[in-house]
Design a protein around this ligand. Structure first.
Ligand SMILES: *Cc1c(COP(=O)(O)O)cnc(C)c1O
Length: 876
């Protein structure tokens, strides 16, 4: 029988427990171990069965239990303590207050991401990208940055993984019950749901707005699952990365365009927009349209202003990882923007093409994001270099090392990934600031003073906790799929809490090579079953994308292998990897293994989490590990070689892995002193803690984003809109003229005081005559570009120095000069180039115009040139 009406009946919270609800509603609890203890104490079983969801717990807990804790003085005291900590946290003086010079009133940075991994009970993330975005928000809150997150709220989130008896991954999509999650619906002043709409072909799609309180930072999530949207429009927020290419465009329109409209509806006026990956790049189109409509700007003016205040972080080291859409689909969905901008079909599509004139090229979200940003970064030093090559085509005339894509290495939020007992150990010996202290902070010297015994006993207890938790999860998984009693028994006997435990957990994409360690069965067996009793076990976890059949095959191969070889107690696959499982693993394993095909791992973050828990890493030199101290804090697999033959690479690197295990890892772990302490091992643990915690935490990362990105973008934006947008309009006018007249520039003559041979550091005077056509000397920078010449006769790794303008010749050409010298011997060379220059241009590379002297046409004059006294001498 269908009910006439349904009610959500919740327990009544006794007045004295009111702070519990406040604590539950701000997910600050996720990284406050004391508050987690409080929820656990409230009802340990319910805490686990609610998937660590205090909101759900408060709406399902028995009234009797609430009455009991309301009369428990100890509980009330612990609760009031937690509440005091939250209040203190929310109003504390912050890094931002101390470091931001002259902020505008209500400064605000909007951070757009397709996924956010904050805590286990908010399953709107798939993996590393989401967890990084979640850590970004948590740390912005810690530092007091005025940041707001923007994303989508998925009805089904990302899938839950389970394995059938054959080891084949199955997906389940639990429905998210938003009313029982740490979410608050945004309402207008009349108490109605606040709504926005986005134009899709032939219709509007509406969305409401949910807020997650992440400490002091709000995360706003759009939800299309409402009337009057048609069912297929309600489905836009159905699944993260679900559906076909049309669905992907629908989602990305809602994120980018809907996100901008949402911020407006919330009366937020961001001074900087940060695109975490290219999914949200349509936001640039909507911002331009709004500036055109509201401020009466031209397309170029609006585009300049939008670009000056946008930042883009790319996470993808391979072209296949980038969202590419067929041009006709982009035009179908977004053609109205082209009309509003007054752009032709091809000009509009060119915004998402590396080469504007290539009419067949697909539309790339990453290219759109880059063209619309004034700050672009990769997520590790190596990935920055890979990205400069990958996107170098956007600046075909620029040396690849100068391509304006920098890097800010990822980090992890320390209080979210370090085990509770370990945090308490650090708090005691290092002081509570360890979670954000910089690498030069004297606090790190105290790591050596932590007694080895304490570090080791604590770690052994983390390992025991891991083993117990894995057994429990395996048991439940077998039970749920109706496994036999024998299987359930075996599930409770996996792993040994006292032996060397190697952890491997990440998405099961083939390039991550989860099965590399299985390559030589006999050698692996000898390592695992070590005849001297120095045994080794592996804990493995990770999901394959539902459509990634080869990824799923890897999981099945592991399951079959361990069964066939009788190694299923020592090599264990833990189902349904999520934030919670990750936390056990990165604290309870002894070594963190990673063996991707370099350079496909843009950064990787789970190894950082492990390092902060004191785990040495054992990893291929890729992503973050390539820039870490991989000798002091772990072991490198290989030497950072690149291979063409993949099978050969697997062979070499698997061998290297076995050899490291046999000769380095296992001996060091089992070398104990009279007290049973592996002193050498603990030394490596301490080095990992001391060196990797400050280098790879998100406090450092967010400070980098603030100092290099948010502050500068906000200041640029503020300057451009001063005087009723006059500078923005002037910049746009200048850009138009620049593009119009650029072709008129020519480098006519170069004068040198010497001919061919020079001594190191010998002064060389250089002059140049340049025809600027309709442009002024103040519009350009003429640069001397000097460097070594390689075997192909090309200038490599050169350095540019601006020449000094010396006035105009009677024939109208502009004269420049400079004194230089070469600090290095060998075959050296130079060229001359011209780049645009304007006080409001955030970088001279943005117009993507550069003119190099043509060796075949420029006139060279030797000797007898006008000398340049008083010029600083430049040596390279
Ligand atoms: C940290 C984390 C990741 C990312 O790990 P990588 O090493 O970057 O692959 C993925 N999923 C979860 C649940 C995590 O906690």
């Amino acid at each position: 029988m269908r009910p006439i009406r349904t009610f959500n009946v919740t327990p009544t919270l006794p007045a004295s427990l009111a702070p519990l609800r406040q604590l539950a509603e701000n997910i600050h609890w996720d990284w406050d171990v004391g508050t987690i203890d409080l929820f656990k104490r409230l009802d340990p079983e319910l805490w686990a069965s609610s998937r660590y969801n205090p909101i759900l717990m408060l709406s399902t807990i028995s009234q009797d239990r609430l009455q009991a804790v309301a009369e428990d003085g100890g509980f009330i005291a612990q609760m009031n303590h937690a509440m005091g900590r939250l209040e203190q946290y929310l109003k504390a003086q912050s890094w931002y207050d101390a470091h931001r010079a002259n902020p505008t009133a209500n400064e605000c940075y909007a951070y757009f991401s397709m996924e956010f991994g904050l805590t286990t009970c908010l399953p709107v993330y798939s993996g590393g990208l989401g967890v990084l975005a979640g850590d970004h928000l948590k740390t912005a809150s810690d530092l007091g940055l005025p940041l707001v997150g923007v994303g989508l709220l998925y009805q089904e989130g990302y899938f839950a993984q389970y394995l059938n008896a054959d080891g084949w991954q199955q997906e389940r999509y639990p429905i998210n019950d938003f009313y029982n999650m740490p979410l608050t619906l945004e309402r207008d002043s009349q108490g109605n749901e606040l709504r926005i709409s986005v134009d899709y072909p032939g219709r509007k799609v509406y969305a409401r707005i949910w807020r997650v309180d992440v400490g002091r930072v709000p995360l706003y999530l759009l939800d299309t699952n409402i009337e009057p949207n048609a069912p297929h429009d309600q489905d836009i927020c159905d699944r993260l990365y679900g559906g076909d290419i049309d669905m992907r465009i629908h989602q990305e329109m809602m994120l980018g365009i809907g996100g901008v409209r949402m911020l407006k509806a919330l009366d937020r006026k961001p001074s900087a927009y940060h695109l975490n990956e290219g999914h949200s790049a349509f936001l640039a189109l909507e911002r331009i349209r709004m500036l055109m409509d509201d401020q009466n700007m031209s397309f170029i003016e609006a585009q300049q202003l939008a670009q000056a205040t946008q930042l883009f972080t790319t996470h993808t080291p391979v072209p296949a990882g980038i969202d590419l859409f067929p041009p006709e689909k982009i035009f179908h969905y977004l053609g109205h923007y082209a009309a509003r901008f007054g752009l032709s079909h091809e000009h509009f599509l060119g915004l998402g093409r590396e080469n504007d004139a290539d009419n067949d090229a697909p539309f790339s979200m990453a290219v759109l994001a880059i063209k619309m940003a004034s700050f672009v970064n990769g997520v590790s030093k190596l990935h920055g270099a890979v990205s400069r090559t990958m996107f170098g085509g956007l600046w075909p005339d620029l040396p690849v090392d100068e391509v304006p894509i920098t890097s800010i290495t990822n980090g992890v939020h320390a209080r979210s990934c370090v085990a509770k007992s370990t945090q308490q150990l650090y708090d005691r010996y290092l002081g509570a600031e360890w979670d954000s202290a910089g690498i030069d902070d004297a606090l790190w010297n105290k790591v050596s003073a932590i007694p080895d015994e304490e570090i080791w006993r604590n770690h052994e207890s983390c390992r025991s906790h891991l083993v117990v938790s894995v057994r429990d999860r395996m048991y439940k998984a077998v039970k749920e799929r109706g496994g036999s009693h024998l299987e359930m028994e075996r599930a409770q006997e996996v792993l040994d809490p006292s032996i060397l435990t190697i952890g491997f957990a990440r998405r099961f994409a083939t390039y991550k090579r989860a099965t590399l360690f299985l390559r030589d069965v006999e050698r692996l067996r000898k390592i695992v079953e070590n005849s001297l009793g120095r045994r080794v076990q592996f804990v493995i976890a990770g999901k394959a994308h539902p459509k990634d059949i080869p990824g799923k095959e890897l999981i099945r191969n592991i399951i079959h292998f361990t069964r066939d070889e009788g190694l299923d107690r020592s090599i264990v696959f833990v189902p349904n990897y999520d934030i919670h499982v990750a936390r056990w693993m990165v604290s309870g394993c002894d070594v963190w293994l990673n063996n991707p095909r370099r350079p496909r791992e843009a950064s990787g973050t789970s190894g950082m989490k492990a390092a902060m828990n004191g785990l040495p890493n054992l990893s291929v030199l890729d992503g973050w590990w390539d820039e870490a101290d991989y000798v002091a804090t772990g072991w490198p697999i290989g030497n950072g070689e690149d291979y063409d033959d993949q099978d050969y690479q697997d062979e070499v690197e698997a061998n290297d892995l076995y050899e490291l295990l046999e000769t380095a890892v296992v001996p060091l772990f089992y070398e104990r002193d009279g007290h049973g302490i592996p002193r050498g091992w603990v030394a490596k643990m301490k080095a990992a803690i001391r060196l990797n915690t400050p280098a790879f935490n998100t406090a450092r990362m967010l400070q980098d984003y603030a100092n290099l990105g948010y502050f500068a973008a906000s200041d640029r934006g503020r300057q451009l809109v001063a005087d009723d947008y006059a500078p923005a309009k002037a910049l746009a006018q200048w850009q138009s003229e620049l593009h119009q007249h650029w072709q008129q520039i020519s480098i006519a003559e170069i004068g040198l005081s010497h001919d061919v041979d020079l001594q190191v550091n010998e002064p060389l005077q250089v002059t140049a005559r340049v025809h600027l056509g309709h442009l002024q000397a103040s519009d350009v920078s003429v640069e001397f570009y000097q460097g070594g010449v390689d075997v192909d006769g090309e200038l490599r790794g050169g350095r540019a120095t601006a020449m000094v303008y010396r006035g105009q010749d009677p024939d109208g050409s502009s004269r420049y000069n400079l004194n230089v010298a070469y600090g290095q011997s060998g075959l050296q060379g130079f060229s001359l180039r011209v780049l645009p220059k304007h006080e409001h241009l955030s970088s001279s590379y943005l117009p993507r115009l550069i003119l190099w002297a043509d060796p075949d046409h420029v006139r060279i004059v030797i000797g007898n040139i006008e000398s340049a006294p008083g010029l600083a001498q430049v040596t390279a």
